[in-house]
Design a protein around this ligand. Structure first.
Ligand SMILES: [Zn+2]
Length: 86
C-alpha cells in the first residue's frame, strides 16, 4: 500500500518537474505513473526547454510551444499570429 502511494507521488513529482522544464505535464504524469524511474531519468537527459529559450532570447509559441525567433510575427510551426495575440 505504501509502495503505491510513493509510486503515485513520484508520478506527480515527474509531471511537475516536466512542466517546469517546458514539457507536457499531463503526458509526463502518465509516463511517470507507468515507469517513473525511467521517466525521471529521461526528463533530465532531455534539454530544459525553458533554459533553451531563456538563453537564446527566442520566444515560445503559446499554441504549440515551438521555439521561434524574437522578431517572428507568425509561428513557423503552427501559424500562430503573435501580433494578433498581443
Ligand atoms: Zn506555434
Amino acid at each position: 500500500m505504501l509502495g503505491a502511494a510513493v509510486w503515485c507521488a513520484m508520478a506527480v513529482v515527474t509531471s511537475i518537474l516536466a512542466g517546469r522544464r517546458g514539457r507536457d505535464s499531463m503526458l509526463w504524469f502518465l509516463y511517470g505513473a507507468a515507469v517513473w524511474p525511467v521517466a525521471l531519468a529521461h526528463l533530465f537527459v532531455l534539454p530544459d526547454r525553458m533554459k533553451l529559450v531563456a538563453g537564446s532570447g527566442w520566444k515560445l509559441c503559446p499554441d504549440c510551444a515551438g521555439k521561434v525567433p524574437p522578431e517572428a510575427t507568425i509561428c513557423s510551426f503552427c501559424g500562430h499570429n503573435f501580433l494578433e495575440a498581443e
